[in-house]
Every structure is written in structure tokens, then in C-alpha cells.
Design a protein around this ligand. Structure first.
Ligand code: HAM
Length: 414
């Protein structure tokens, strides 16, 4: 028989680990909803053109996209990232700006799987469209930062840069191209960087690192409006005591970014996969997707990476999740069915064994479950319309009327 396994680069998340995911999504939702962001659900696949707009020059789109022709002959792609889908939805539905959205969703990239790098990963993200007010940049960056803090991470560095706009960036790119001239670069970049010389700055290989040591920095060549915007973002972060490191090499892996860009690097993780999140402005994306000119900014935090960083810092443990009550029934009738149903309806978590197990085996399951109380129904209890209530931690027990079970359980649990 073939034994099927989850596809390479994907993972099953089972209980109790999955309880951490639930808690993380709840923490994230709580923080961003307090800041006025609403949940957006968008399709897991889109017409391929939606994603081509976000980065024809990037690995994410050129090499890693799960694109295919569907049975109707349409070219579609599984979402490699969340921003394009939200902006496409914004353009399609035109909600009143500012439009502030959040999501927790899977993304698909055909990458070489390794620790912290998956073919299906999950992001917690926000996107805010409709204003280029620098205060919004500050809000978004500070939110990403406070989610990391909420998880309990302390060894995370916030890297900040500005990528300018289409007024100042082209001139800077010319400057960078002439600086790079015939410098010796790594194999990939020696073969061609003319389209996007910024990628050379981001290259981790020694040859490119050395070649770009004294390269001009985009932050020194911003046009006045971009420089003013960036200064306001930095002052805003300072005023909120969000500490950041200016990182002029930060170019991000998608093409749509303008002005503010940022990344959260976990110092506890291996440098190749240490970004727990990243984001920035994309003031031209709505237009590129056929909509009205609408500035926007957002971020995505990788759930798997956040949890890896949490493991490395020994924070955000798997929460203890156990039902409160275990029902033990040795009568073989409907007592367990009725009791668990009644408890659950009264808002008390309860579980039971199945298959008419022995009393001993049912108590073993009760202990393993971590439940605090056991409710026992045997022949005597059934005949007397009572239930034996046993405290599984202390061991003491009492007999209570069947009709008053819920009340007694409540009292014991409180
Ligand atoms: P990104 O930097 O490509 O940005 O991804 C955001 C985060 O997702 C990364 O920092 C990382 O934690 C996680 N991530 C990405 N790829 C993988 C992978 N293969 N395996 C595990 N985790 C991964 C974006 O996707 C942008 N949409 C973020 C954004 C939102 N910018 C503006 N708004």
C-alpha cells in the first residue's frame, strides 16, 4: 500500500501545537482590530496577471509561483503573497478609503524547502489603502512590532529603509548602475542586473557584498517629498519608542514597494531565514491593478517563522488545553451521551471515552486528558439517579443528585 505523506515543503499542524496557532491568530486579530482593521477573506488563487503585476522581476513571481491552466483554460496561480489579492479586491469593490484590512492566510511558493522555508507558509498581515499620511506608516510598522512583542519576542531587530518613488528612484538606479560598472559580482548578478540593480545590494554573496561596500545609498538621494515623508516616519517611530535600525540595503523581495520598507529580523534564527516579517508602502500597486491611484501600506508576518523565533527564545509555549470534565460511564447506556451533552450545552467543556471501555481504561483516558473532574455513572448511580463527582487532582469525591450535576460541577470549577 502507498503511504501518503504531506507534500514536500508543507506541514500538518496537529493539536496541541495547533493551539498555539489559534492563540497567535487571536492575539493578532485582537491587536489589529483594536486599531480599526477588519478581516478580509480573498480567494486562494487569482488570475495569474494579478501576481505578475506585483513582481515580474522577482523570484517569487518568476520562479516560485504555482501557476497552471484550469479546466476552463484560464491561467491562474495559487497566491504567493497576500498584498496583491487584497489590492485587487479593493480595486474591484472600491470600499471607502481609508480601507484597513487584515488577514491570516496561506501562501504558496515553490521554494527549496529548508528550516523556516516552506512551499506553503502562512502570514498574518494588514493592508491599509487610501492615504499616504506618514502617520499610517508609523501605525503599521508599530503594529508589526507590537505583535512580536505580544508573542514575547525580545530579540527582534526592526530594519527600516525608504525606497523612494518614481521621481527619485530612477536617477538613483542610474547612479547605482554606473557605480557597479564592471565591478565583479556573483554569477547571478554578473549575468544581468540592469533591470533592477537594487537586487545586488540585497545579495548575500561575498562578491556582491564587497562590490557594494561603498555604493551610494538611496536614502541619501531621496527627492524632497520622499525625504520629508521618511523623516516623519522616523520621528513618529521615535515618539512611540519603537526602536529601529536604518538599513539602506533593505530592498525587499517584491517589486511593488515605494518609500517606507521594513523587515523584522529575529536575531535568534539562522540569518538565511531570520525574517519573521516584512512590509512597506506600495503607492502604485492599485493603479498597476487597473484601479484609481491609491497609496497603500502593509506587512506580512510569517506564522511559522514567528513560532520558530518563539521556540528559540522559549516564549509563547503551547497552551495547556484540556476539557474540564471527563464522563466515565460503565452502564453501557446513554448516561455518558446525555451528561456530556448537558455539560457542553451549559458551557462546560466535557469529553468521554467510547467503545464501552472498562472503568480502569476510562479513568486512564480521563487522567491523560488533563481534565480536572470526572463524573462517574455506574449501576448504583444509575439506579439512585445520582452521579459520583471525583476531583482528579485531589482525589476526593462526593455523590450528587443527577438533576443538580451542572450546578455542582460549576461550583467545583470556580
Ligand atoms: P514577504 O517578505 O515575501 O512579504 O513575506 C512576509 C513574511 O512571510 C516573511 O518575512 C517570512 O516571515 C514569511 N515567509 C515568506 N516566505 C516564506 C516561506 N517560503 N516559508 C516560510 N515563511 C515565509 C510579503 O509577502 C508581502 N506581501 C508583505 C507585505 C504586506 N508588504 C506589504 N503588505
Amino acid at each position: 500500500m502507498v503511504e501518503f505523506r504531506a507534500p514536500v515543503g508543507t506541514r500538518d499542524v496537529l493539536p496541541p501545537e495547533s493551539a498555539r496557532w489559534e492563540r497567535l491568530v487571536a492575539l493578532f486579530a485582537g491587536q489589529v482590530e483594536r486599531a480599526g482593521y477588519g478581516l478580509v477573506l480573498s480567494p486562494m488563487f487569482e488570475e495569474v496577471g494579478v501576481f505578475e503585476r506585483v513582481g515580474e522581476g522577482t523570484d517569487v513571481v518568476r520562479k516560485e509561483m504555482y501557476d497552471f491552466e484550469d479546466k476552463g483554460g484560464r491561467r491562474v496561480a495559487l497566491r504567493p503573497e497576500g498584498t496583491a489579492s487584497v489590492v485587487r479586491a479593493y480595486v474591484q469593490h472600491r470600499p471607502t478609503p481609508p480601507f484597513k484590512a487584515w488577514y491570516a492566510a496561506p501562501n504558496f511558493r515553490y521554494e527549496r524547502p529548508q528550516a523556516g522555508r516552506f512551499r506553503q507558509h502562512h502570514q498574518l498581515g494588514v493592508e491599509a489603502l487610501g492615504t499616504d499620511d506618514a502617520d499610517l506608516d508609523v501605525e503599521v510598522v508599530a503594529l508589526a512590532w507590537s505583535v512580536c512583542a505580544g508573542v514575547g519576542l525580545t530579540r527582534v531587530t526592526l530594519l527600516l529603509n525608504s525606497l523612494g518613488d518614481d521621481v527619485c528612484r530612477p536617477a538613483y538606479l542610474d547612479l547605482l548602475r554606473s557605480f557597479l560598472g564592471d565591478a565583479s559580482l556573483c554569477e547571478e548578478h554578473a549575468a544581468g542586473y540592469a533591470n533592477n540593480p537594487l537586487r545586488v545590494l540585497d545579495c548575500k554573496r561575498d562578491t556582491c557584498r564587497t562590490a557594494t561596500e561603498g555604493a551610494p545609498r538611496l536614502v541619501d538621494h531621496l527627492c524632497d517629498p520622499c525625504a520629508v515623508h521618511f523623516a516623519r516616519v522616523r520621528a513618529g517611530l521615535d515618539s512611540l519608542a519603537v526602536t529601529y535600525t536604518l538599513q539602506p540595503r533593505l530592498v525587499r523581495g517584491l517589486d511593488y514597494y515605494t518609500r517606507t520598507t521594513f523587515e523584522l529580523a529575529a536575531d535568534s534564527l539562522d540569518t538565511a531565514q531570520n525574517a519573521v516579517g516584512g512590509g512597506g508602502r506600495y503607492d502604485k500597486l492599485a493603479e498597476a491593478l487597473g484601479g484609481p491611484a491609491t497609496p497603500g501600506i502593509g506587512f506580512g508576518l510569517g506564522i511559522e517563522r514567528l513560532l520558530l523565533a518563539a521556540d528559540a527564545e522559549e516564549v509563547f509555549p503551547v497552551p495547556q488545553s484540556a476539557v474540564d470534565v471527563w464522563v466515565v460511564d460503565t452502564t453501557g447506556g446513554t448516561a455518558a451521551l446525555a451528561l456530556t451533552h448537558e455539560l457542553r450545552a451549559a458551557g462546560i467543556s466535557a469529553d468521554r471515552s467510547f467503545d464501552e471501555r472498562s472503568m480502569k481504561s476510562q479513568f486512564k483516558s480521563a487522567d491523560r486528558s488533563g481534565a480536572r473532574l470526572a463524573l462517574v455513572v455506574g449501576d448504583n448511580e444509575l439506579a439512585a439517579a445520582t452521579v459520583t463527582l471525583r476531583d482528579l487532582r485531589g482525589g476526593e469525591q462526593e455523590t450528587v443528585d443527577r438533576a443538580d450535576v451542572v450546578e455542582h460541577v460549576r461550583k467545583r470549577l470556580s
